[in-house]
Design a protein. Sequence first.
Length: 258
Amino acid sequence: NGARLHQKVFEPRFLYWADRLGYLVWGEFGSWGLDVRRPEALGRFTTEWMEVLGRDYNHPSLVGWCPFNETGPGRGQNPETLRTVYRLTKMFDATRPVIDTSGYTHVATDVYDAHDYDQNPETFAERHRPFAEGKPPFRNYPDNDAPYLGQPYFISEYGGIWWKPGQRETDSAWGYGGREGRPKNEEEFLNRYRGLTEVLLRHPRMCGFCYTQLYDVEQEVNGLYTYDRQAKFDPEKIRAVNSQRAAIEENKEAESGL
């Protein structure tokens, strides 16, 4: 019951209502396109990031911090920058977990995550089966990643299924699946959504997941709602999928004897 506040700093009014409604969120920052190899860029980034931490620290709905997104090979990543910002964040707020960068290549992180946009529930399940069997989890760039050390693990981006019936050929807005792999009708969309989500729900070691995305944005039409917040699908059908009991919940209860 929550969301990644993705790649922007949300206004305090949003966090106020998240507090009131019990909507759990991750605090993020607009880091896309930032070349942190440049000293002046790093200085400006850390100054603004610390201002965000100070402003939002007291919101109980905020359960973790994630200053970067999808940094990795060819994207201007400097491992020491990620490590430095991770440590600064932990020094400021030792009460919350910190993800150094969402997806791609980790350097130092309290929670290990990955992004996986496979559109086929069967191959999606195969990719994550080894982790269920006690082996290391799926990683986006295993040759560049810090080793997995047993942290809580989740898929922080998945799905992203295109849905905009009647989209013109000239319309650049997109979603995952490509022109050939797009759902042909609402039933096909919901079957794919259910299939992908149930893979994660039934995984005994998956501590959470985050679907891409709640609503359409300027250049992407993979939301469950339109840009103006109109439901694309019957919300009860989405709720029926998401409200299923997760395997990791059942395992924890069994371990505690409840």
